[in-house]
Design a binder for this molecule. Structure first.
Ligand code: NDP
Length: 487
């Protein structure tokens, strides 16, 4: 059976590369190649820049309200095609249909809708200075690059293009080579909605294509989602032409469960924050600190619910709530961490092995895995695993647990479960993380800014402030009287 070959999406249409080089994309749940994609060679790269220049000229000349109207059409199409797009995401990522169907497309559309609504409201300042005055304009940056990870491919493409396009920029987007189709679908939808050709281009390939984007002097900004180590390379490369950067990187986020917490709710949060999208979520609370008074109750309920309520299998089956990891290589990496946890003395409460479900026997599954009696210096407690592996630790003192929770170079997210409202705020204010939840975990509405402290990131996505990151301020001084000159 022949599989489709997708070309790069440049200037409003598919464009064939000259080298003929392609890469294969596999369905993680079946280990089968589902399509091929052409790699962006030099011809495509040059075409992408030219196209984005033209796209930028047309798009930035429109008023914000005109751009908003067009983007809202794209939002409507995204929602109409929810199921078709959700299926693309399931086949590319291996995540369960029951998630993609209600989260991936929806949260992407929400963000474009939010910024489409916000853009016309973005205003400059005006101030009198004696008889003269100045005013400011919020102008777009120009061509922005987006580089995405593989866990939420369409959502990431929407989260990056939403504010960028609303502010009047053009975008060249590179999805992960593991999950390239969602961004192509978005590019087609933008064209259908009336976004001019060249405003949103998709280039395909691995790190080399990303490196080309970060080094290219025609590009003004890079918004990157991926690992901390890659983020550092991207930033170093972007510095060569002093590009603005937004970095959405990894985490090793703590969840603190106090002894007055609703323990069942805390277990729900811990499971959501470790097993949703089979653990491949950047904000996951992979370090769960539980107060000693409720520790046994917490782990008993956690074990029961993990063993009884999780269904792994063909991700398209609506009953399945644990999908396949993105690749064989990643599955091996996650299993390697599990081995390390055992070697370093953590107690395996449940899980720990690869899974081969009857309905998807060749998929890259890993059992939902919980380690208890973990210590702060264990590798599984310190490093991001990005799979369904939870570490549970015990504490008995508030100040001490805050210090332990903060003892990491990462700072993406954090959570607190307690019924004591004063403690909830007191503790969360001391946690060094950019995205925090009290008696909740994981929700990320378009209105709320998200991004990391410390090495988890720079800048924010979503929320009002993000629009500023896609504009630059032009100050214009207006003389109202004769110039006083010594010359
Ligand atoms: P990677 O850092 O491996 O890759 C991210 C993207 O960067 C991919 O498109 C990749 O291409 C590309 N890339 C790789 N090397 C370079 C380079 N030198 N220059 C430019 N681009 C490059 O991350 P993953 O895809 O493995 O994603 C998982 C990571 O993403 C986790 O650490 C996770 O925490 C983080 N993440 C953070 C989020 C946040 O909002 N904070 C959200 C989601 C994930 P290719 O893959 O094609 O080689």
């Amino acid at each position: 059976m022949t599989t489709p070959v997708y070309e790069n999406f440049i200037n409003g249409h598919f464009l064939k590369n000259q080298t003929g080089d392609t890469f294969a994309v596999k369905n993680p749940a079946t280990d089968e190649v589902i399509y091929h994609v052409e790699i962006a060679d030099e011809f495509i790269q040059n075409a992408a820049i030219e196209s984005a220049k033209q796209g930028f000229a047309a798009w930035s000349a429109m008023t914000p309200i005109e751009r908003s109207r067009i983007l809202l059409k794209a939002v409507a199409i995204l929602r109409e095609r929810n199921d078709e797009l959700a299926k693309v995401e399931v086949l590319d990522t291996g995540k369960p249909w029951q998630e993609a169907e209600c989260v991936d497309v929806e949260t992407g559309a929400d963000v474009i809708e939010y910024f489409a609504g916000l853009a016309p409201a973005q205003v400059g300042q005006q101030q009198m200075v004696g008889n003269d005055f100045y005013y400011t304009r919020k102008e777009p940056l120009g061509i922005c690059a987006g580089i995405g990870a593989w866990n939420y491919p369409l959502q990431i493409a929407c989260w990056k293009s939403g504010p960028a396009l609303a502010a009047g920029n053009a975008v060249i987007f590179k999805p992960s080579e593991e999950t390239p189709l969602g961004a192509i679908k978005l590019a087609e939808i933008f064209i259908e909605a009336g976004v001019p050709a060249g405003v949103f281009n998709v280039v395909q390939g691995a790190a080399e294509v990303g490196q080309w984007l970060t080094a290219n002097p025609n590009i003004e900004k890079v918004s990157f989602t991926g690992e901390v180590g890659t983020g550092k390379k991207v930033m170093a490369s972007a510095a060569g032409s002093l590009k603005d950067v937004t970095m959405e990187l990894g985490g090793k986020s703590p969840l603190l469960v106090f002894d007055d917490a609703d323990v069942s709710q805390a277990v729900s949060a811990a499971m959501l924050g470790n097993f949703y999208t089979q653990g491949e979520v950047c904000t996951n609370c992979t370090r769960i600190y539980v107060h000693k008074n409720v520790y046994q109750q917490f782990i008993d309920e956690l074990k029961t619910r993990t063993e009884q309520n999780i269904i792994a299998g063909d991700p398209m089956d609506p009953e399945v709530n644990l999908g396949a990891l993105i690749s064989k290589k990643h599955q091996e990496l996650v299993l390697g961490y599990i081995d390390k946890g055992i070697q370093e003395g953590a107690t395996l409460l449940t899980g720990g092995k690869a899974l081969s479900p009857v309905s998807a026997p060749n998929g890259y599954f890993v059992e939902p895995t919980v380690f208890v009696d973990c210590k702060d210096d264990m590798t599984i407690v310190k490093e991001e695993i990005f799979g369904p592996v939870m570490s549970v630790l015990v504490f008995d003192d508030e100040d001490d647990v805050i210090q332990r929770a903060n003892d990491t170079h990462l700072g993406l997210a954090a959570g607190v479960f307690t019924k004591d409202i004063q403690r909830a705020h007191r503790v969360i204010h001391q946690l060094q993380a950019g995205i925090c939840w009290i008696n909740s975990y994981g929700n990320s509405p378009a209105e709320m800014p998200v991004g990391g402290y410390k090495q988890s990131g720079i800048g924010r996505e979503n929320g009002i402030e993000t629009l500023d990151h896609y504009t630059q301020t032009k100050s214009i001084y207006v003389g109202m009287s004769n110039i006083e000159s010594p010359f």
